[in-house]
Write a new protein. Sequence first.
Length: 654
Amino acid sequence: MGDVVSNESLANLLKEERRFAPPADLAANANVTAEAYEQAKADRLGFWAEQARRLTWSTEPTETLDWSNPPFAKWFADGKLNVAYNCVDRHVEAGHGDRVAIHFEGEPGDSRAITYAELKDEVSRAANALTELGVRQGDRVAVYLPMIPEAVVSMLACARIGAAHSVVFGGFSADAIATRVKDADAKVVITSDGGYRRGKPAALKPAVDDAVSREGSSVEHVLVVRRTGQDVAWTEGRDVWWHELTGRQSAEHTPEAFDAENPLFILYTSGTTGKPKGILHTSGGYLTQAAYTHHAVFDLKPETDVYWCTADIGWVTGHSYITYGPLANGATQVMYEGTPDTPHQGRFWEIVQKYGVTILYTAPTAIRTFMKWGDDIPAKFDLSSLRVLGSVGEPINPEAWMWYRKNIGADKCPIVDTWWQTETGAMMISPLPGVTETKPGSAQRALPGIAATVVDDEAREVPDGGGGYLVLTEPWPSMLRTIWGDDQRFLDTYWSRFEGKYFAGDGAKKDEDGDIWLLGRVDDVMLVSGHNISTTEVESALVSHPSVAEAAVVGAADETTGQAIVAFVILRGTANADDEGLVADLRNHVGTTLGPIAKPKRILPVAELPKTRSGKIMRRLLRDVAENRELGDVTTLTDSSVMDLIQTKLPAAA
Ligand code: 6R9
């Protein structure tokens, strides 16, 4: 599967005719206009060299890109900078020390505003603390924390001393921590006693204790933030309280300049098989693109905007669009610890209202959940401060897009559907809010300075209207530099499918205007009676039915058709799961929307779908269920009990 995405089949099942022009006032005052595309096209490297000047360099780079040993890129290689200085100190020096950097909202309702001046002190103390623990430039530090300001402070403290961080999702198990800590050879782990999740304190330190007590662990110290006050086991000599250690440090710390290619972080992506890949990002190029895209795609005005990205810090979205992009740009942002339904289903909208959020960045999975909860919930809050809405993580179904625009964006806010990956480091394909006439469900076109296209099996660029594989055809500043410790796997995974092009692993099509529509991972594409059908399109067709809140579609082995389409659906409030007529109705609805070939063979109503912590549906687990196989690796699931529930739905070999 996956290497057979042909032109005529994948493309153009779904017709979407709706168009939304940018609001006139936004367009008139936009940070970035259509000219940027022209400028970058005329001189791509010159364009990025200019964007690099958004940063403050101790030594200005004279060389933009060194591509002498592709695909191992060096950007701004002879430049030197300190990433934390760029995210914090320089804003204080520019007179913005009193500006709030982070409005922290804890799940239990505690809140804290941290100004740039305070952030500078905290990051400096933490940098001094890590230095006291023996961390040096080039070392690795693992971070296993809830969504609290110390997560951002920890990342910046590492950056400040030139050490690379490796953030591990607070929801992952001891096994996941152990393999990641070992692979990165981390010296220190920063964790907390626990965090608040669904109204209760949830312990974190026991998983770290378990992971670092294993044989051969490289970890010398565990630095523990006190968040919940719950009891923790303590290993003398190894464990250190954050508040004690940072409390006795000086708030002065002179940031040292490091090479642009100094490693900034490693972030592990699970992938579908094999051991997690440690994606390596470096400093100057990464920060340039994170800052530029945050400025351009959200039209950020640091003096007036209140920005909120709802991602977890353990996901790349949290790295680039909570920590690095917004802080490099001097933004004021909201950081929320908990879940969207604690203590009630209007919590997100209450937060938007409380802080006057102007830019909201969230994921399709969250939007579909809000749709399921009902329009009346956001309607109770004042959301009039919002002016730009973002989406990331999965293709956004046109129905969810329309709901987001209408119910959250008052039918006026532009939606920027941003396609990118852990590997790309920053946004690559997205509308620009003051420029693009948006189309529900399309990420549209490569950002200025980025080269993306869609190719067929033979690496030929498909014409407008065609479908195939998404590839990136020119290096970009925030590209991954390698897979930590495994250059060969880096080459094999991304650079060997199509010569000289980066293979993203996503299916995509181009519409008649040349705009790009993402169709999901190529591993998920189904082959039914010789036709490639994208899971995304069948799911979008199902979600466009008034009874369906969410859908996950997989291809299961089938004797006659090769694969048969099996759909798992979550119904909206009033729909009845035992209603035979409804299932027939849904099947016909897909038939009329996409064509008879796309009709699911089976439709199974379920209560929940298996998802990763970043909200992506784990289709391979559903495929295991649909094919009556034992489940594969479930360690990156948010909630593994979901699979038990789904399996009981499925009588063997139905
Ligand atoms: C940022 C992030 C990357 C994969 C990517 C694609 C999917 C992300 C998307 C999208 C369609 C979008 N993806 N954004 N698909 N439209 N706007 O999610 O990184 O966790 O590494 O996932 O997510 O399949 O290849 P990561």
